[in-house]
Design a protein around this ligand. Structure first.
Ligand SMILES: [Zn+2]
Length: 263
């Protein structure tokens, strides 16, 4: 047996061992795991939501993770942004995230993009991705990503968390029946009245719960599994330990769907 064949055999054995608990599941199996290996997931925002989502996407064997963030690690991030350690303070988040995830799973590709998501770069950043995770912390970023998902017909798993509450929805902008982020918020909010984590606080595990659920939605989308969360917004009350669902649908006055002639 040549060295190349040995290396290939060892690699195959490691693959079977690493993902054995996925391979046991008939709903995933070797075929599903191969789909995940070929997939590209874009994670837009590497804060609390992104930290939790990225760990599970990397561990699950998504072949390529593209992480977009422009921020640096600060001490007050460490209460909930579990990708980072005290030694990372001051470093670009995407760089620290890339290193942490490579330690967990060296067999996947992790693309770190140290950039602010803006209208001029969003299409190029989204283009290679099969699905986008909206892990941002403000309306402008979500609206920008939503517009690109509409133009490219990409699915978007959107989550938000503040205080003790979190929300999650799987969006299919531009699809026949799907709704987009602006269908939920046809009128841009008054930014001065929107609560933010840096002004009202955030219960640390809420971002973990919502980020892990984002990863689950992304994996299930890649595996072709339908989701109730394409028609329902999931609401988590972290103070009470309760989940709620709210039915959602395309808004007839959605400015984004109208701009892209989605009827
Ligand atoms: Zn819409």
């Amino acid at each position: 047996m040549s060295e190349d064949v040995d290396g290939e055999t060892n690699g195959e054995t490691a693959f079977l061992q690493r993902y054995s608990r996925h391979l046991m599941l008939s709903e995933i199996g070797e075929e599903g795991q191969a789909i995940l290996s070929r997939s590209v997931v874009g994670v837009f925002g590497a804060g609390g939501l992104g930290s939790a989502a990225l760990y599970y996407l990397a561990a699950s064997g998504v072949g390529t993770l593209r992480i977009v963030d422009y921020d640096r690690v600060s001490l007050d991030n460490l209460q909930r942004q579990i990708l980072y350690s005290t030694a990372d303070i001051g470093r670009p988040k995407v760089q620290s995230a890339q290193e942490s995830l490579a330690l967990l799973n060296p067999d996947i590709e992790i693309v770190a993009v140290n950039a602010r998501l803006v209208a001029s770069n969003v299409d190029a950043l989204l283009q290679p991705c099969c699905v986008a995770l909206d892990c941002g912390d403000n309306f402008t970023i979500r609206d920008t990503l939503n517009g690109a998902c509409l133009r490219q017909g990409k699915a978007m798993v959107s989550a938000a968390a503040v205080g003790f509450t979190g929300s999650l929805v799987r969006l299919r902008p531009g699809s026949a029946e799907g709704l987009c982020y602006r269908c939920l918020f046809p009128d841009a909010p008054d930014f001065s009245s929107v609560p933010r984590c840096d002004s009202v606080g955030i219960f640390a595990p809420v971002v973990g719960v919502m980020g892990v659920l984002q990863a689950a939605e992304a994996l299930r989308f890649l595996l072709g599994k339908p989701s109730r969360l394409e028609r329902h917004l999931l609401w988590y009350e972290g103070l009470l330990g309760q989940f709620h669902e709210f039915a959602v649908s395309r808004h007839p006055r959605c400015p984004a769907c109208a701009a892209f002639s989605v009827r």
